[in-house]
Design a protein around this ligand. Structure first.
Ligand SMILES: Cc1cc2nc3c(=O)[nH]c(=O)nc-3n(C[C@H](O)[C@H](O)[C@H](O)COP(=O)(O)OP(=O)(O)OC[C@H]3O[C@@H](n4cnc5c(N)ncnc54)[C@H](O)[C@@H]3O)c2cc1C
Length: 386
């Protein structure tokens, strides 16, 4: 039987990447925060698992993200410092593509505009610097030396532990079923109890459509396959000798990889996946594991450009993207609400924003506004288009 329990300043619904950062930021500000997570913290059923995530500041997706990314650097350092753990590796990121590659040109422009150190190379210069890669002669490449990758499960666990140590209440294995605004705040009912707070942040990843139907944006969860490949030359595929990489294959989805590192959990392989090939799915249905055909096709794609990384498939898994219609995030007040905010549609590129999203969502929950530049992520851009 459900009964109303304590009142909080803010309830955060969903404690994955964005939710844990929000709980941490609110706890740092001395707020009474309740995080509700339907699974165990750091679980492998949403969007924030798989051992590694690329972080970078040259941003081909849109230059407007770069100021937010620059704000993340200090955020990652603070989580690492306060938790006493290394979460981030910075062996650089190599972007490569044909002469018309927008990934290369837009990464360069966005980075250069905001003073992010990066170097533009010909294919032969890139292969001289990183002989692990086989790139067509006419291609170009951009190297961003300060970029790299982060350990997502450890980051979520570390941020949640820090939030708890500062007084946040984070409930695991408790599913929120209904939320509403009341005259004096918000109310959230779960499969265990009902809670009240001054404001609510919904950070429910692929489950957002079922919890926030009125967000006014069509969100599509996608099942995405990931492979870990056994390198033919292990030393050449280890960070920092190998950077993380993103290959812009003409007419095909992007192909990216993350090198091995000493602190990697099993499987100890190069992680490779494509960006843009997912299949629509229902996050509440049992997820089909990756097929051997899916994993072999990732291996073959990697073998073309990074042959020393693609000896054989070690293992694979699946993960969820939550696509917005334009593949940009949606971070806004819930339409028609006063005290409820939503962060969703991270479209397969959100993890690197975890620290700054914590600040943005804490600002929104506490003040209803933020000075961080998130105007381009407003939900109303979709209303305008229709
Ligand atoms: C294969 C793959 C590779 C990626 N690579 C990169 C990369 O290299 N770089 C990068 O920046 N990004 C990358 N991303 C994207 C990034 O990981 C996601 O954008 C980010 O993790 C989304 O975080 P989230 O907090 O929105 O979702 P999640 O971390 O999934 O968190 C949502 C949480 O809400 C909980 N929840 C849902 N419903 C309820 C409910 N009713 N009650 C309580 N809790 C609930 C869920 O259990 C979940 O824990 C990748 C994603 C995938 C899948």
């Amino acid at each position: 039987m459900s009964e109303t329990r304590s009142r909080f300043d803010v309830i955060v619904l969903g404690v994955g990447a964005m939710g844990c950062a929000t709980c941490l930021e609110l706890a740092r500000r001395g707020k009474r925060v309740l995080g509700l997570e339907r699974h165990a913290i750091g679980h492998g059923l949403g969007s924030s698992h798989g051992g590694s995530r690329i972080i970078r500041e040259c941003y081909f997706e849109a230059a407007e993200y770069v100021p937010l990314l620059l704000a993340c650097r200090e955020g990652w350092e603070r989580i690492e410092h306060d938790s006493g753990q290394q979460l981030v590796h910075r062996p650089g990121v190599l972007y490569a593509g044909g002469p018309q590659s927008e990934v290369v040109s837009r990464s360069l422009t966005s980075g250069a505009t905001h003073g992010v150190p990066c170097e533009l190379w010909t294919a032969s210069e890139a292969m001289r610097r990183f002989p692990q890669f086989h790139l067509p002669d006419a291609w170009g490449a951009l190297f961003e030396p300060g970029a790299g990758f982060v350990r997502p499960e450890r980051a979520v666990l570390a941020a949640t532990a820090l939030a708890r140590s500062l007084g946040a209440e984070v409930h695991e294995n408790e599913r929120a079923t209904v939320w509403s605004e009341t005259p004096s705040g918000v109310r959230v009912t779960t499969d265990r109890a009902t809670y009240e707070a001054d404001s609510l942040v919904i950070a429910a990843g692929a489950w957002t459509p079922s919890l926030a139907r009125d967000v006014g944006v069509r969100l599509q969860p996608l099942r995405v396959a990931i492979a870990w490949l056994k390198p033919a030359l292990p030393g050449a595929c280890a960070s920092p000798r190998m950077p993380a990489w993103y290959i812009d294959r003409p007419g095909l989805s992007g192909l990216y990889g993350i090198p091995t590192a000493d602190d990697q959990d099993a499987p100890h392989g190069v992680k490779v996946a494509t960006h843009g090939d997912g299949t629509p799915c229902d996050p509440d249905q049992p997820r089909q594991p990756p097929t051997s055909e899916e994993l072999e096709s990732i291996r073959l794609a990697a073998a073309e450009f990074v042959p020393c990384a693609a000896d054989r498939v070690l293992s694979g898994t699946t993960c969820l993207y939550t696509m917005s219609p334009d593949q940009h995030f949606v971070v806004d007040r819930m339409p028609g609400c006063m005290r409820t905010f939503v962060a969703c549609g991270f479209s397969g590129h959100g993890f690197k924003f975890m620290p700054v999203m914590g600040r943005v969502l804490a600002d929104l929950a506490c003040d209803g506004a933020t000075s961080l530049p998130i105007g381009f992520l407003a939900a109303k851009r979709f209303a305008k288009a229709s």
